[in-house]
Design a protein around this ligand. Structure first.
Ligand code: ADP
Length: 639
């Protein structure tokens, strides 16, 4: 039988498994059981509406058998099975593309060789983990609705073979040919029934189908009637099916009965995370809609979280039967990082999955969970700031996007979760804490935008606000300024950019003085505008500069930072481009030099204008139109 080759990535993954020196090889069983349980879920779901399945909910199970002599451990399920094509594509290729790359990156990050990283076991590595303990794996499977059974067999990286096979019932047998013991590894333990039942308790106890094993036992034979006084008891061997797991879903057990370790293990297994969750939350509700929910916030951003591949949603069960793997309607978009399950007797099992998405019950649950998640986060923010900062690092961007989406509908829900860096110190601050610190005479909440905290802190516009001892929020992410526009205000304090002319309220005298300065500089401003032409909308005497001679701002709703963002993302700015304003400080000595040159040496004045314009670009982190022309200009003014 000709062998088929594994796809390149799968081959590398297999190689990793075969040569793994990972110490928790035992997790292979969890992975195989988990696949079996998924397959059973699928057929059990069909059985709810399709009598042809011919099985009752109580018929579904997973069975284990061991054979010491043949050195095999067999895991069988009466789930949905696989067709020939499915066998080929599911076991011939790694389903989750990119996951290996991620593992390799992780290994590099930890400065480890990819094959001996902890991550192997903790990742939800799937079917191939069988090759950590088996030198040959045989899968015999018959798909629901198919007449023919097939066998898939592989001894490792040299490929696999698929042949027709004999199997009466629908489902899958995974037969692991356990490796011989070596000096370092005692693989035989995976043939010991006691050890296997331990592993099932440890990793798969909550699986809601019975996991049964044919246990080899021995018992004393009954004493024969005619036995004399010198009778010595005789023993006999027998075998008996025993259920190894309690089957009680973790979310249906009493809260004080479940340890955090159990929650962690459940989370890691179910959601394929190698890290423990940041938070674990149980929610129960009774009333118009009754449900049990178990929610987790991951400890770090899933690698695909900010990609289109990531699917949000909670697992939906109806009285212990899995109805939907990722029910998106149970979670608002801004909390899409939450993982978990909802079990409710109140959703009807007979309606199709599409219909289900529109039921009123799901909306009620979703609204309720949204509030619960928010309060968990608020508690964390107050009681465990370090943890909250970790959360914020992972998912803060999602919260900010939530502020901006749906025309700001969710801002009330989310604004207290926000954190920003600020001039107050190294640690990010919430808006509430900012307002708390505001001196009495401060009217507005100030923000400034830029690429890094350092760059923002040195913006010339920040000087006069800081001189007043007013705190400034430092916005470094693209979405930040959009979020501020949506927020408008917080606790009735208007949110203002430090670039706003009226960021600091002016007295009548100040206003008049500013008008006089502008009037006096009329000719200079006209000269500047004429020199720069369409490159700017206007040149003006600045009200926001203190000691520095120049800066660039923008009139209208589009700020410079927003414009940069749009350009980076290839947006067509026609008609929406920022209106650039070159602001000049009339009190700076350089301005007198410019004024002088405008009247006495217009050629030199033009050079000064170019110089100031380019400086403003540099400060605003805008690209110079012609860097070498600029440096030539600086040099020419030096000699
Ligand atoms: P994952 O379970 O994360 O998708 P695996 O490598 O563990 O990745 O399994 C690959 C695929 O093989 C599964 O998604 C499933 O489609 C199929 N599969 C594995 N075991 C079984 C089984 N016992 N019954 C039916 N299908 C299975």
């Amino acid at each position: 039988m000709a062998k088929k080759q594994f796809k390149a990535e799968s081959k590398r993954m297999l190689d990793l498994m075969i040569n793994s020196i990972y110490t928790h090889k035992e997790i292979f069983l969890r992975e195989i059981i988990s696949n079996a349980s998924d397959a059973v879920d699928k057929l059990a779901y069909l059985a709810l509406t399709d009598d042809n399945v011919g099985l009752n909910q109580s018929d579904f199970k997973i069975t284990l058998t061991t054979d010491q002599i043949a050195r095999t451990l067999t895991i069988s399920d009466n789930g949905i099975g696989m067709t020939k094509d499915e066998l080929d594509s599911n076991l011939g290729t790694i389903a989750r593309s990119g996951s290996l790359k991620f593992k390799e990156d992780m290994a590099a990050e930890q400065n480890l060789d990819v094959k001996d990283v902890d991550i192997i076991g903790q990742f939800g590595v799937g079917f191939y983990s069988a090759f950590m303990v088996a030198d040959k794996v045989t899968v015999i499977t018959k798909a629901y609705g198919s007449d023919t059974a097939y066998q898939w067999e592989s001894t490792g990286t040299d490929g696999y073979a698929i042949t027709e096979a004999e199997k009466d019932s629908v489902g899958t047998d995974v037969i692991l040919h356990i490796k011989e013991d070596t000096d370092d590894e005692k693989y035989s333990e995976f043939l010991e029934q006691y050890r296997i039942s331990q592993l099932i308790k440890k990793y798969s106890d909550y699986i809601h189908y019975p996991i049964t094993m044919l246990m080899n036992k021995s018992r004393q034979k009954e004493k024969p009637e005619d036995a004399g006084d010198d009778y010595t008891p005789e023993w006999e061997d027998y075998s008996e099916w025993e259920t190894l797991n309690s089957m009680k879903p973790i979310w249906q057990r009493a809260k004080d009965e479940v340890t955090q370790e159990e929650y962690d293990a459940f989370y890691q297994d179910k959601f394929g995370d190698y890290e423990k969750p940041l938070t674990t939350q149980r929610v129960s509700a009774e009333g118009t809609v009754s449900y049990e929910a178990l929610l987790f916030i991951p400890g770090r951003t899933p690698y695909d979280f900010y990609t289109r591949e990531y699917e949000k949603g909670l697992q939906l069960y109806s009285s212990g039967v899995l109805i939907m793997d990722k029910c998106a309607d149970l979670l608002p978009e801004h909390f899409r990082f939450v993982k978990g399950i909802v079990d409710t007797p109140d959703v009807s099992l007979n309606i199709s999955r599409e219909m289900l998405q529109h039921t009123r019950q799901l909306k009620v649950i979703s609204k309720n969970l949204e509030k619960k998640i928010k309060s968990t986060l608020m508690d964390m923010q107050k009681e465990d700031r370090e943890k909250y900062e970790q959360f914020w690092k992972s998912f803060g961007l999602q919260i900010k996007c939530g502020i901006c989406s749906d025309y700001g509908t969710h801002k009330e829900m989310l604004q207290d979760l926000l954190m920003f860096h600020s001039s107050n110190g190294d640690k990010p601050t919430t808006l509430a804490e900012y307002v708390e610190r505001m001196p009495e005479d401060q009217q507005y909440i100030y923000f400034a935008t830029g690429e890094t905290v350092g760059k923002i802190a040195s913006l010339p516009q920040a000087e006069r606000i800081r001189d007043k001892s007013y705190e400034i929020l430092y916005l470094t992410e693209d979405v930040d300024e959009f979020a501020m526009q949506v927020l408008v205000s917080y606790q009735e304090k208007t949110i203002k950019s430090i670039n706003d002319e009226d960021a600091l309220p002016e007295t009548e005298e100040e206003k008049q003085a500013a008008e006089e300065k502008t009037e006096a500089a009329k000719d200079v401003l006209a000269f500047v505008k004429e020199t720069l032409g369409d490159r700017i909308k206007e040149a003006r005497i600045s009200k926001i500069l203190k000691s520095h001679p120049v800066c660039m701002t923008a009139d209208g709703p589009m700020s410079l930072e927003m414009e940069k963002y749009m350009k980076r993302n290839g947006a067509d700015l026609q008609g929406m481009a920022a209106e650039w304003v070159l602001e000049l400080n009339a009190d700076a000595p350089v301005f007198s030099a410019l004024t002088d040159a405008v009247s006495n040496d217009p050629e030199k004045a033009k050079k000064y204008v170019e110089l100031l314009y380019n400086q403003a670009l540099l400060i605003a982190d805008l690209p110079l139109e012609d860097a070498s022309a600029y440096t030539d200009l600086v040099c020419s003014l030096m000699v």
